[in-house]
Ligand binder design. Structure first.
Ligand code: HEM
Length: 403
C-alpha cells in the first residue's frame, strides 16, 4: 500500500508518529508527490544526510523556507547571496561564517548568560500565585527566549514585545504551514521593521563598540568580519532559530512531565535528573521536526534514486524515535535512557549554535517551575498545538494546580 505522507500536509500534524513509523518501515526514501520532496525518516539516513555536505546542500533551507534561488548541481552560491543566513550556507563559506559568529557563542559567554536567564525566569514567574489555570507558555516559555535573544542583540528588556511580534511573523512565514499562503503584508512589514531596527543597532556598534554579540559580529579580526547585511541577516536568523524552538522545548518538557507523574516525582526527588529529562524531551518530542537539503548529484538509497537537485526533507522527529537506534522503547518517554545521538539540534557542521543556550533556558525554567507542577493536571482535554508543521509545540499549556 502506498503511503500518503507529505511534510506540508497538516492532517498528520497533531500526531505525526504513526505516519513516521510507516515511513521508516515501509518507505525509508519516500517521494511526497504533492510538494515534490523526498523524505528520509530513519536515524541512520537522517544523520548521514546531515553530515554529508558534499552530497546534500543546505541551500534548500533558503529555497524552501524563503523561496530564494538555490545552487544547481555541485554549484555553491556565493557567500554574499546567503545574507548571513548561516543555516543555508555550505562549506567552505559556512565554515568562514560559523567561525565568526561562534565568537559570540563561546562556553564562557554562554555561562555568563545563566545569571541573567535566572533573573528573567524569576521576574516572569513573580506573583504567580493568582492564576489558576496557569499557562506555562504564556507566562514563561514564550516570553523567556524572546527576552534572551532581544537582550543578546542589545535591545532593552522593554523592546521585548516588538521582538516577539517580529519572531512570530518570521515563524509564521517560514514554519511550513504558512508557506503555501506566502508572506502577507503584515509579516512583510514586520520583517522590514526588524531589518531596520537591527541595521541601526549594527551601525551604532560600528561607531561605538560595546561588549556584546552585535559588536562581536561586526568587529574585524583579520579577514573574519560580517558585512552589515550579513550581520542583520544573522541576527534575524537568531530570532527565528532561537525563540519558538526554545519555547517548544520548555513546553514539551513540562507537558511530558505532567503526562508522566511518576517521572515528575522522580525528578522532584532528585533534581540532578533534569539534564536527562531535557535530552529525552529533545529526542521524544523534538521541537524542530524537519530540515531540508538539496542533492548536489544523483544519490541512491534503499534502492531509490534521488536525482540531482531534489529537495529532501529530513525528518528529525522520526529519526529520534527510530527503534533501529533506540530499541523497542523508542516511542516511550524514558528520561533514564542515554539519549545521546539524537538529532534534535541537527548533526555535523550545522549543529545548532544555540544548543547550550536552549539547554540553559530550559534547565532554569524547569528548576523554577518544578514546585508549581506538584499535582498539576492539564486544564483542558485537548492539546492546543501550534499552527506549524516544522515546529512541534503548544500555543498554550494551561495547568490546573494540585490542591
Ligand atoms: C530547543 C531549542 C532549539 C532547537 C531544537 C534547535 C534546533 C536546531 C537545528 C535542528 C539546527 C540545524 C539545522 C540544519 O541542519 O539545517 C539548528 C541550527 C541553528 N540554531 Fe538552533 N535550535 C534551538 C535553539 C537555538 C537557539 C536558542 C539559538 C540561538 C540563540 C539557535 C541558533 C541556531 C543557529 C544560528 C543555527 C545554524 C547553525 C549552522 O548552520 O551552522 N538555535 N538549530
Amino acid at each position: 500500500m502506498t503511503i500518503d505522507y507529505d511534510p506540508f500536509d497538516s492532517s498528520t500534524a497533531a500526531d505525526p508518529y504513526p505516519a513516521y513509523e510507516r515511513l521508516r518501515n515501509e518507505a525509508p526514501v519516500h517521494w511526497a508527490e504533492a510538494t515534490g520532496t523526498f523524505v528520509l525518516s530513519r536515524h541512520d539516513d537522517v544523520a548521514w544526510a546531515l553530515g554529508d555536505t558534499d552530497l546534500f546542500s543546505s541551500d534548500a533551507m533558503r529555497g524552501v523556507l524563503l523561496g530564494q534561488p538555490t545552487g544547481q548541481g555541485q554549484e555553491r552560491l556565493p557567500r554574499a547571496d546567503a545574507m548571513g543566513i548561516l543555516v543555508s550556507v555550505d562549506p567552505p563559506h559556512h565554515s568562514e561564517l560559523r567561525r565568526i559568529v561562534a565568537r559570540g557563542f563561546t562556553p564562557r559567554t554562554m555561562a555568563g548568560w545563566r545569571d541573567r536567564i535566572d533573573e528573567v525566569v524569576r521576574e516572569l514567574l513573580a506573583g504567580d500565585g493568582a492564576d489558576d489555570p496557569f499557562d506555562v507558555i504564556g507566562r514563561l516559555a514564550a516570553p523567556l527566549p524572546v527576552r534572551v535573544i532581544a537582550e543578546l542583540v542589545g535591545a532593552d528588556p522593554s523592546d521585548a514585545d516588538r521582538f516577539k511580534t517580529w519572531a512570530d511573523a518570521m515563524t509564521q512565514v517560514m514554519s511550513g504551514s504558512a508557506r503555501t499562503t506566502g508572506m502577507g503584508p503584515e509579516a512583510m512589514l514586520a520583517m522590514l521593521e526588524l531589518a531596520d531596527d537591527l541595521g541601526h543597532r549594527i551601525d551604532d556598534r560600528q561607531e561605538d563598540p560595546r561588549d556584546d554579540l552585535l559588536t562581536t559580529l561586526v568587529e574585524a579580526k583579520g579577514e573574519d568580519v560580517l558585512s552589515r547585511e550579513e550581520a542583520v541577516g544573522f541576527a534575524a536568523l537568531l530570532l527565528f532559530a532561537g525563540t519558538e524552538t526554545s519555547t517548544n522545548l520548555i513546553g514539551n518538557a513540562v507537558a511530558a512531565l505532567v503526562d508522566h507523574p511518576h517521572q515528575l516525582a522522580r525528578l522532584q526527588a532528585a533534581p540532578a535528573r533534569l539534564a536527562g529529562v531535557i535530552e529525552e524531551t529533545l529526542r521524544w518530542e523534538s521541537p524542530v521536526q524537519y530540515v531540508f537539503r538539496r542533492t548536489t548529484q544523483p544519490v541512491e538509497r534503499h534502492g531509490v534514486e534521488l536525482p540531482v537537485d531534489s529537495t529532501v526533507t529530513l525528518l528529525l522527529g522520526a529519526a529520534n524515535r527510530d527503534p533501529r537506534r533506540w530499541g523497542e522503547t523508542a516511542g516511550s518517554f524514558a528520561p533514564d535512557r542515554d539519549a545521546k545521538g539524537h538529532v534534535a539540534f541537527g548533526w555535523g557542521p550545522h549543529f545548532c549554535l544555540g544548543a547550550a543556550l536552549a539547554r540553559a533556558e530550559t534547565e532554569l525554567a524547569l528548576t523554577h517551575l518544578l514546585p508549581l507542577l506538584d499535582g498539576a493536571t492539564f486544564a483542558r482535554p485537548d492539546t492546543d498545538w501550534l499552527d506549524s508543521l516544522q515546529f512541534r509545540g503548544r500555543r498554550t499549556l494551561e495547568l490546573t494546580r494540585g490542591s
